[in-house]
Design a protein around this ligand. Sequence first.
Ligand SMILES: C[S@@+](CC[C@H](N)C(=O)[O-])C[C@H]1O[C@@H](n2cnc3c(N)ncnc32)[C@H](O)[C@@H]1O
Length: 250
Amino acid sequence: MSGAGPVTRAFDAAASRYEAHAGPQAHAAARLAARLSELPLPEAPRILEIGCGTGFLTRHLASLDPRATILATDRSLAMLRVARANLAGHGGISFAAMDGERLAAGGGFDLITANLAWQWFFDPFEAVERCRALLNPGGWLAFSTLGEANFAEWRALCAVRGLPHGLRDYPSLAAWRSRFPAPCLITEERHPTTYPSALAFLRALRAIGAQAPVSGHRPAPAGALRRVLRGQEAGFRSSYHFLHVLIQSY
Ligand SMILES: C[S@@+](CC[C@H](N)C(=O)[O-])C[C@H]1O[C@@H](n2cnc3c(N)ncnc32)[C@H](O)[C@@H]1O
């Protein structure tokens, strides 16, 4: 079911313009897809995608194996509508509204994957365990998420000016590695992105639906925010910190 919480509402509202502003997300999807293409999946694999959005990763999945059966899911109905249109004509793909933390998809998957949806979960580690239980023996869980240094520049700027940044705190690379040690493989990638200004950075987040603040966040008064943004009009660098997680079921 599509939830009506602030996160889903923000992605619903952004669905139609998402791809025009989601360069870093497209980049992460391509990186993840390259890893998936190297996995020794069985013929005609059963694949579950969580948080498919408009289908950046789904398009890569569609070309992995033409006999694959792909169930692409998301909580946002508007995102699913766009994904369906983007994937029209590709056989073997079905779409369903589903909460990635409460999957109602049965089991028996050879691959469960997600590009940049995990960071929205309340309990990202528990979600891993739930997905593991849905994999065939030898099946794979492979996803990208965000690490502790995501948007470090914006966090630092807000800290200096005493303004709450409103961003979520994500488990660190070290925490992921400690919870899921080798042979689980967890790697990181820094992806710096430059915006015309700090305000443009905040607008870009809104344009992709990623602006929903951490729960309990009290927005800063407009004047305080203006003071933070002042002086950041000649280019603002904000870096994504991607984590790529690869886990095989026993
Ligand atoms: C940043 S977008 C990424 C979309 C897509 N995977 C891509 O690569 O462009 C995050 C997506 O995760 C979805 N999402 C967030 N929380 C979710 C949850 N609990 N269950 C399922 N989908 C969720 C959002 O609706 C949104 O479509």
